[in-house]
Design a protein around this ligand. Structure first.
Ligand code: KIV
Ligand code: ZN
Length: 511
């Protein structure tokens, strides 16, 4: 008997919607478009681009994503209400392949305490909204929110009713990350066996990671027969996040002997897209994160290194190249030319335009003057900072002078540029030089803000490594982040604060 054909699994990415709900992960329009383009190139089947009724900015973002991408479905979220569905359609109507995603809570806890509706009232609302949405869009997904805590008999009734009303996909969310893999298996199998019209829809899962089981639960659902996984890059999402796209995809690929599935994901784009999302959101990927973490393919123990040298399959279950990690960290220096840089950027997954190459090459030369060896991580940092950072630059860092020492108040003179003019300020106060730099940025730009978080990490190993400063600031109740990279950590700090100010100003212009 020949083995069964692999089953195609739809990858529904919700980085721009549920992912953006991660505290601190909000993205501006240009950033969302960049992520949407990267997701399209990654090969996801559906991009959930936002929740249009939630704000004018979200509606605009879904609309622009819908206009931009081709060959991929674009989805907008809506509660089971006409005004939400109208807003979603308003945002999606120019999409090549639009999908409206309607949700309504079905668990007793949510029905009784949040919605105060009976079982029958919920079914009536769900059916009405799916019908209404199907009159607008060719594809409509329905999610019974908190499905994993919904009584299974009632869940079967809801699912049957929304399929009859025209739901082309039905998603089973583990909204609070409470399910376990055996429960997910049983729930999906029950739906498949008990809902008579289940073959008229695509059954999907959407798992949160509160107990660290989102990937395991999603895979259990696939094994039980689900045809779609909802997931995010780097496991972003509400609270502890969602199922990580990179993990489910690589699990299905690496263990195809178990899952016998396939997806349209171009797996060697996983690391570049993960880095892009991490830079844009400011949420760093932990070093030991599966698939895309810095240590995911690093072998430290002597025994492991010995085995790797003899045969990589001794300790490596996936090839680093398959997820887009380059094996060699080729070193460039100040004598390296444009062609070498372009080649390196390309093999790191960045196809740059001639204008972008000019910017990156100039910055690379500046860096090579300060730093003997330029590594892949440095080049990625330059690309992320200079090309992918889509903040409108109102204020620009120019230079600084600093005097500081133990038991002495710092003295900082900072110069910034705005519209071609330079502005300087000297500050002789603060707990230390970074604090003084922060005060100088606030005063020069006339911005009132508090620094809530300040972190610094080195981009590569070595004494001459670049420092990356990441800050979170609060300005009139608005949280913004800023990022700065330089071999000089005070300069990196100033760049990060100035970047945060620019983001505050950009946000202010929109609202
Ligand atoms: O977690 C959840 O229940 C959701 C729904 C809107 C699908 O995000
Ligand atoms: Zn969710």
């Amino acid at each position: 008997m020949s083995p069964a054909e692999p089953r195609q699994i739809t990858i529904f990415d919700t980085t721009l919607r549920d992912g953006e709900q991660s505290p601190g992960a909000s993205m501006n329009l240009a950033e969302k478009l960049e992520v949407a383009q990267a997701l399209t190139e990654l090969g996801v089947d559906v991009i959930e681009a936002g929740f249009p009724i939630s704000s004018p900015g979200d509606l605009e973002a879904v609309r622009e994503v819908a206009k931009l991408v081709r060959g991929v479905e674009v989805c907008g979220l809506a509660r089971s209400q006409k005004k939400d569905i109208d807003a979603a359609w308003e945002a999606l109507k120019d999409a090549e392949q639009p999908r409206i995603h309607v949700f309504l809570a079905t668990s007793a806890i949510h029905r009784e305490h949040k919605l105060r509706k009976s079982e029958d009232e919920i079914i009536a609302m769900a059916v009405e909204s799916v019908r209404y949405a199907r009159n607008l869009a060719p594809k409509v997904e329905f999610s019974p929110e908190d499905a994993s805590r919904t009584d299974i008999d009632y869940l079967c009734r809801v699912v049957e009713a929304v399929i009859d009303a025209g739901a082309t996909s039905v998603n089973i969310p583990d909204t609070v990350g409470y399910a376990t893999p055996p429960e997910m298996d049983e729930r999906i199998k029950s739906l498949i066996h008990r809902v008579p019209n289940i073959d008229k829809t695509v059954l999907s899962v959407h798992c949160h990671n509160d107990l660290g089981m989102a990937t395991a639960n999603s895979l259990a659902a696939v094994m039980a027969g689900a045809g779609q996984i909802e997931c995010t890059i780097n496991a972003l999402g509400e609270r502890a996040g969602n199922c990580a796209l990179e993990e489910v995809v690589m699990a299905m690929k690496t263990r195809s002997d178990i899952y016998n599935t396939r997806t349209n994901i171009v797996t060697n784009r996983l690391v570049p897209v993960s880095r892009l999302v991490s830079t844009i959101t400011g949420l760093r990927v932990p070093r030991n994160k599966a698939i895309v973490g810095q240590n995911a393919f690093a072998h430290e123990s002597g025994i492991h290194q010995d085995g790797m040298l003899k045969n990589p399959s001794t300790y490596e279950i996936m090839k680093p190249e398959d997820v887009g990690l380059q094996k060699s960290d080729l070193v460039l220096g100040k004598h390296s030319g444009r062609a070498a840089l372009i080649d390196r950027a390309r093999s790191l997954g960045h196809e740059l335009t001639p204008e972008q190459i000019d910017v990156v090459f100039a910055e690379f030369k500046r860096l090579a003057d300060r730093k003997k060896d330029v590594y892949d991580a440095d080049i990625i940092a330059i690309i992320e900072q200079r090309v992918q950072h889509k903040t409108i630059v109102t204020w620009e860092f120019d230079s600084y002078q600093l005097e500081s020492g133990t038991g002495k108040a710092p003295n900082v003179t900072l110069t910034l540029k705005r519209a071609g003019r330079t502005f300087s300020k000297t500050i002789s106060e603060g707990d230390g030089p970074v604090d003084a730099m922060f005060v100088a940025v606030c005063e020069l730009t006339n911005t009132k803000m508090q620094c809530r978080e300040y972190t610094i990490r080195s981009v590569t190993d070595g004494q001459d490594a670049q420092g990356e400063v990441s800050v979170y600031v609060d300005s009139s109740g608005r949280n913004e982040r800023g990022l700065g990279i330089s071999t000089d950590i005070f300069e990196a700090s100033a760049l990060a604060f100035v970047n945060a100010v620019n983001r505050i100003l950009e946000g202010g212009r929109k609202s």
